[in-house]
Design a protein around this ligand. Structure first.
Ligand code: ATP
Length: 593
């Protein structure tokens, strides 16, 4: 008799296991003849016929079948078999083939192979955890947890500290991705009662550290989990910064945890160089972030000073003589002149016109005095539609114009200079937008006041300058704009939406500078009055100005190329510009907001 309440297994769930089918069949046959409690009978029928039970049964069979089909080692001691075989073969040592086989089997790499086989066959790769200490379960109250970690080559990935209130050592920090973190069993605030059976309550943290360092294999902790209140207190201490975790930042300072007296644990620190990109994985502590170097393998994160801490440190260290605040260095730049080429391409044969004007920077002056740069959030970016402008900065005479001319000459349809604006009246043979954009003085002055000019100056009563809009126009046309600017314009460039790629053209050491400029017969400037070779003094000056420029503005450089042998320098620059168009580069994420 069939009970209508009995769930009917769906076809796809229905197991066709013969044993189960027989059992179900006999239950059906039994039907009304069952003389026990009908409720129990129906319950059993329901369970055995339910799709969940059949699914479970199928899963069980699949696991069993997998286990049975696994290849099992023929021998757990192939090394022993091989040794016995070689011993037996000694009786036939006169046969050359036997001798050769013996020789081959006893080679170190063959022995290592057999050894590895035996280790795998015996499952020795699985860490063996020792049994729980006797009576551990009954000891103390139920909130104690016993945690065992297998100590490999990597550090534990947790730090400890003394807690005055609890009078004990507690877990201070769990490093993201480290062994402790991966175990999921050790948490900040857990009180350490025992390490490898040694009672550490009331002991100095240094003693606990040496206990941990000296233990091999597995480490067994007896911990009392942090109570809810402690955890809540820790949560509330978390950094209020809005940067979400898992962000990448570019670093603007160099860091070595072993030179940092304030770091809670130098071993847990992460060293980095200026310009490295770091992956920030934890900002729970407002003073110490956890980070990994981008692209580096290895799961464990390291401690680095947080932005807040580093900014405080830099603000304290900042004194009036540092390059950022050095007025005399600033003045040295303001004395240097700016030339504006009146031609965009520069190689089309017409007479070059160079205007000497004084550089005047607008609000960009401010940044070198106030800005503290520690970390900048970055994201990978490839410019697809509008190529990023290439900005060349460097001391006068280093070769920026030469490089710009060469790049544009390579492919004038793809590379273009920014055409300057002038308030000078247009001459009859001139065409607007070819050598200059002609604009009336009051409009230009207003644009300058509105910070729409990267740099500008006055020559013989007329204004000349390079506008942000001109560069944008080149980009929008799908071309790479090559721009030479004074470094004081860099801040404004970065704050615009141009996404500039800034390359510092660095003078080579004096002997190389002397030699390359001699070979090339390089001329100082390009106007008639200065059509002569570089003097020794000018070359020394170029290097010194370059050094000051680097000290003041290097945070803004995306790349540095040394202007030594001209063709090599040019090739390097071309390599960078090509890469920029196809490979993702880290750009400030603020540029895309
Ligand atoms: N790597 C180099 N090797 C040899 N000569 C070079 C090199 N780079 C540039 N020159 C030469 O040095 C001279 C000055 O170069 P360029 O005018 O390009 O300098 P610049 O950086 O633009 O400075 P400025 O703004 O004062 O013109 C030119 O004659 C140029 O051909």
């Amino acid at each position: 008799m069939r009970n209508d309440n009995m769930p009917v297994p769906t076809d796809n769930m229905n197991s066709n296991d013969p044993a189960l089918l027989r059992l179900l069949g006999s239950l059906t046959e039994l039907g009304g003849g069952f003389c026990g409690r009908q409720d129990d009978f129906m319950f059993l029928q329901n369970v055995l016929a339910s799709p969940e039970f059949h699914a479970l049964f199928n899963a069980h069979n699949a696991v069993k079948e997998y286990g049975e089909n696994q290849c099992n080692p023929v021998s757990l001691d192939s090394t022993g078999v091989m040794t016995d075989l070689c011993n037996d073969m000694l009786n036939f040592a006169m046969i050359p083939e036997v001798r050769e086989l013996c020789f081959l089997l006893t080679r170190p790499h063959m022995r290592a192979l057999f050894d590895s086989h035996d280790q795998l066959a015996n499952g020795e790769y699985i860490p063996q955890l020792p049994d729980l200490p006797l009576g551990a379960e009954e000891q103390e109250d139920s909130s104690v947890k016993i945690v065992r970690l297998v100590k490999g080559n990597e550090p534990l990935g947790a730090t400890i500290k003394w807690d005055d209130v609890l009078n004990s050592v507690v877990i201070a920090r769990v490093m993201h991705g480290g062994a402790a973190d991966r175990s999921g069993l050790i948490h900040v605030g857990d009180v350490v009662h025992e390490v490898n059976g040694v009672d550490v309550r009331g002991r100095d943290p240094d003693e606990v550290v040496s206990l941990l360092t000296s233990s091999d294999g597995t480490i067994t902790f007896k911990l009392v989990p942090a109570d809810v209140e402690t955890r809540n207190a820790m949560e509330s201490q978390k950094s209020c910064e809005i940067i979400p975790t898992q962000v990448r930042v570019k670093t603007y300072f160099e860091y070595n945890p072993y030179n940092d007296n304030a770091i809670p644990c130098p071993e847990a620190g992460l060293s980095f160089k200026k310009g490295d990109v770091l992956h920030i994985v934890n900002q729970d502590d407002p003073m110490w972030w956890q980070a990994r170097r981008e692209g580096e393998k290895g799961p464990r994160a390291g401690l680095i000073p947080s932005r807040l801490l580093q900014e405080r440190r830099q603000a304290l260290n900042k004194c009036p003589t540092t390059p950022f605040g050095n007025r005399s260095t600033e003045l040295a730049y303001q004395r240097s002149s700016l030339r504006i080429s009146t031609r965009s391409g520069g190689l089309r044969g017409s007479k070059r016109k160079i205007k000497k004007i004084m550089y005047q920077a607008r609000k960009s002056d401010e940044f070198s005095h106030h800005e503290i740069m520690t970390y900048e959030e970055v994201i990978p970016y490839v410019a697809t539609e509008h190529p990023r402008p290439i900005v060349l900065v460097g001391p006068p005479g280093v070769g920026r114009n030469e490089l710009k001319r060469r790049i544009i000459a390579t492919n004038p349809d793809h590379y273009q200079a920014a055409i300057p604006h002038t308030s000078r009246p247009k001459k009859w043979a001139e065409e607007d937008g070819k050598e200059y954009y002609y604009i009336d003085r009051s409009t230009m002055e207003e644009a300058i006041r509105g910070n729409r000019f990267l740099e500008y100056g006055e020559y013989k009563g007329n204004l000349y300058g390079t506008s942000i809009e001109t560069i944008k126009r080149v980009s929008k046309a799908g071309k790479v704009c090559i721009v030479n600017v004074h470094p004081q314009a860099l801040k404004m460039l970065r704050d615009s939406d141009l996404k500039p790629y800034i390359i510092y053209v660095k003078p080579p050491p004096l002997d190389v500078l002397r030699e390359t400029r001699q070979v090339h017969k390089s001329k100082v400037g390009q106007d008639k009055n200065a059509n002569r070779l570089f003097s020794e003094e000018e070359m020394v000056d170029m290097i010194q100005v370059g050094m000051r420029m680097e000290a003041l503005y290097k945070n803004y450089f995306d790349a540095v190329i040394v202007s030594d042998e001209l063709t090599r320098t040019y090739n390097e620059l071309m390599g960078i510009t090509r890469k920029l168009e196809v490979e993702p580069q880290w750009i400030p994420s603020a540029w895309l907001r």
